[in-house]
Unconditional design. Structure first.
Length: 731
């Protein structure tokens, strides 16, 4: 890997670490044990600083070092983690992200403007450090060696304590670490009952490097913590020092009992010891490395005892247990990072493969050769498996997108002076990465709009008997082959009368018109429509909701709004799972072919209704009909035997009348040319095996257009529409 590649890797990893840091900061109030989150935040800053130092990025190193110093005090407990500090650290994270972004843009020289932006943050950080000076270590001062309980091969012989042998590496000070801070932190895990400072590594004064660390300690710790937690106290210098931890005598019997209770897995010696807690993963890795380097290939148990890592009695118990079970090791999951462009290219190739496979299938049927048809059938099966696997590679969990809104809610709630929390549900729901990339902006606007317009201020909420803090909920789930994303708030709900009044004022609705709730709430998506009495930094200009609908429609999705006065509003986005390849159902209409998304189809039935009717009876329920021949003005007479394809969308059933049912078809979606972008009820096209083009039906748009046409017809006739009456027919 050359320097440029290494720098790009640093940029990518730093951005991931900053995302982790931000997530930990935003969620720190929601966890009972904050120490893990604090360590994660510290680890992110420390890693970024260390990696930046390798590339000589002094501006990043200098700023991050001050952040790291404050976080170190937080770990020690001398600085409390509260809302102002969280806000300050989030600002620091943003500044670090800005520095990384400038680096990604090719700016490697020091930026004076960035230093100016960092100055207020550094001032506040240094004020925290000045107000909380480093305390003296809680451990006793250096004592004679005799004061520390002795330890032999069998473990501690004096007080029942952990024995820690610690030797700091030469580079610890240069890496910005304070050895005493680790001892202070160790004191939080229990009581340091003995401490010996070892000066033997100190060279003569003339040979001493003032920036190098020569310290070593022998420590006796009385603590209920386990071995992994004690080793974790040295997590940030573990690669720059030598740490040996020997358990108390009382733990030996506990370890032996745990070993005896271990099931069939794991059965390797090291895995058994790690599983029972007498050995840490780092200690095991070090011992295995030493075993590999040893010319005599010493047994692992012997190496562990010689290192003083595990007591002989525990090793004997583990070896005994190892003889009782079969050596087995489950495979470890592995993952690699793949460039998005390569993944997109793979999907395009799979699409071409499907099109070629359809042509081969057609040729095989025409040949009437049994062997060719069998070979083609096997090929089609493999192509389908390749397609499913390739599409699965592009499926990502929406939880990462949802998590970004924790910061949005945190910042906006502070800006508008409201106490609002974000609840996330369905974060494990998967959808195509392309869809995820394109819904970020619409979701951002909906969340900000819900906070600014939807949720009332604290005084109003309390007066209405609600909690003072408001809640915005993001929810995702699968439904009928689509993904539904809901943005819900527990605010005052939409004001139906105000929306109607504004629509009449703008000429969107005739005075006296009787609109349903769905139609009324749909008016908020009209361009420039707003009922806000005041314009804020967030909303009120009538810009945004129309763009939301436009963006979602471009993704072959739909938007619906439901609201309950005093209880809140829910905006539901219904989107396809993928924009590349779908399972379709091919239907014929005269000489034309159309594709209906297979996941929306419930059944196909014979069409036997009298000519002219726009509905039929489906097992005692009214089924509205869509006649494609009329919708697309296709010339020619209908076939003698027509069929109805029953589709379901958003809980409603509708029948599509077609001439012929041509069967399932793997559909590679090709976008329409910009010239045909305004064509309604068509979401794309695909190429058939014969080379002909079939249009993909936009079923939700068809249903919506038919309902609108029937509503207008009913209004002009002065009678309620059958289709409107039947639109509530559900599953």
């Amino acid at each position: 890997m050359n320097l440029d590649q290494a720098l790009q890797t640093f940029i990518v990893e730093s951005r991931e670490l900053l995302e982790d840091m931000e997530g930990a900061l935003l969620g720190i109030r929601d966890v009972e044990d904050q120490s893990a989150s604090i360590n994660a935040i510290f680890r992110a800053a420390h890693t970024i600083k260390g990696s930046a130092g390798l590339f000589g990025l002094d501006q990043i190193v200098e700023f991050t070092h001050v952040v790291e110093s404050v976080l170190d005090r937080v770990r020690e407990g001398t600085i409390a983690i509260d809302d102002p500090l969280v806000a300050l650290l989030l600002g620091c994270s943003d500044h670090m992200g800005g520095l990384i972004g400038a680096l990604a843009a090719g700016q490697t020289d020091r930026d004076a403007a960035a230093d100016e932006r960092a100055a207020p943050l550094l001032q506040r950080l240094r004020a925290l450090l000045g107000e909380a000076p480093a305390a003296a270590p809680s451990a006793p001062a250096a004592t004679p060696a005799a004061a520390l309980p002795a330890a032999d091969a069998e473990g501690p012989t004096g007080a029942d304590h952990w024995h820690i042998s610690l030797r700091f590496g030469r580079e610890v000070l240069r890496n910005g670490m304070d050895p005493l801070s680790f001892l202070r932190y160790l004191g939080k895990l229990g009581e340091i009952t003995g401490l010996v400072t070892l000066p033997y590594a100190l060279p003569a004064l003339a040979d001493m490097d003032p920036e190098a660390c020569y310290l070593g300690f022998e420590i006796a710790l009385k603590s209920a913590a386990d071995k992994a937690a004690i080793e974790g106290a040295f997590e940030f210098v573990i690669d720059d020092c030598q740490v040996h931890i020997l358990a108390p005598r009382s733990r030996i019997s506990e370890y032996v009992a745990l070993i005896e209770q271990i099931g069939e897995e794991p059965a390797r010696l090291g895995e058994i010891l790690v599983h029972c807690g007498s050995l840490t993963a780092r200690e095991l890795e070090g011992a295995l490395s030493r075993q590999k380097e040893s010319a005599l290939h010493q047994p692992l148990g012997q190496i562990l005892v010689e290192q003083g890592t595990v007591q002989p009695a525990v090793v004997d118990a583990a070896l005994s247990r190892q003889k009782q079970v079969k050596d087995h090791k489950s495979p470890e999951g592995q993952s690699i990072r793949v460039d998005a462009e390569k993944l997109d290219h793979l999907i395009n190739l799979v699409g071409e493969l499907i099109t070629a496979g359809a042509a081969a299938n057609l040729a095989a049927r025409r040949s009437r050769n049994v062997e060719v048809q069998e070979a083609n059938s096997q090929l089609a099966s493999l192509v389908q498996e390749v397609r499913d696997s390739a599409l699965q590679l592009r499926m990502v969990k929406i939880g990462a997108t949802f998590s970004r809104f924790r910061r949005v809610v945190h910042d906006v709630s502070r800006e508008i002076g409201k106490d609002i929390e974000l609840q996330v549900r369905g974060e494990d729901t998967e959808l195509d990465k392309t869809v995820v990339e394109k819904i970020g902006d619409p979701l951002t606007h909906l969340v900000r709009n819900a906070m600014d317009h939807g949720i009332e201020n604290a005084e109003t909420r309390v007066a209405r008997g609600k909690p003072a803090h408001g809640t915005v909920t993001l929810n995702a789930f699968h439904d009928s082959g689509s993904i539904v994303i809901e943005v819900k708030d527990d605010g005052g709900g939409l004001n139906r009368e105000r929306i109607l009044a504004k629509a009449i004022e703008r000429g969107l609705v005739e005075p006296g018109a009787a609109l349903t709730d769905k139609e009324t709430y749909g008016l908020i998506f009209e361009p420039g429509f707003s009922t806000a009495e005041q314009i804020t930094n967030l909303s009120g200009r009538g810009v945004g909701m129309d763009v939301v609908k436009k963006n979602i429609t471009a993704l072959r999705g739909t938007v619906e709004v439901s609201s309950e006065p005093g209880a809140g509003t829910t905006v539901s986005l219904r989107l396809p799972l993928t924009l590349a390849i779908i399972d379709g159902f091919l239907v014929g209409l005269g000489k034309s072919s159309f594709v209906i998304p297979l996941e929306m189809i419930e059944e196909c039935i014979e069409f036997s209704t009298e000519t002219g009717k726009d509905y039929t009876d489906l097992r005692g329920q009214v089924l509205p009909l869509i006649r494609l021949r009329d919708t697309f003005r296709i010339e020619g007479s209908a076939g003698s035997r027509q069929s109805i394809v029953v589709i379901k969308h958003a809980g409603k059933r509708t029948g599509i009348v077609v001439d012929a049912l041509l069967g399932e078809f793997q559909t590679v979606i090709k976008p329409l040319n910009r010239m045909f972008g305004q064509v309604k009820c068509i979401s794309g096209s695909t190429i058939l095996g014969s080379g002909e083009v079939a249009l993909i039906l936009d079923a939700p748009a068809l249903i919506s257009q038919t309902a609108q046409r029937e509503m207008e017809r009913a209004k002009s006739a002065g009678a309620p529409s059958r289709e409107i009456q039947s639109s509530t027919v559900g599953a």
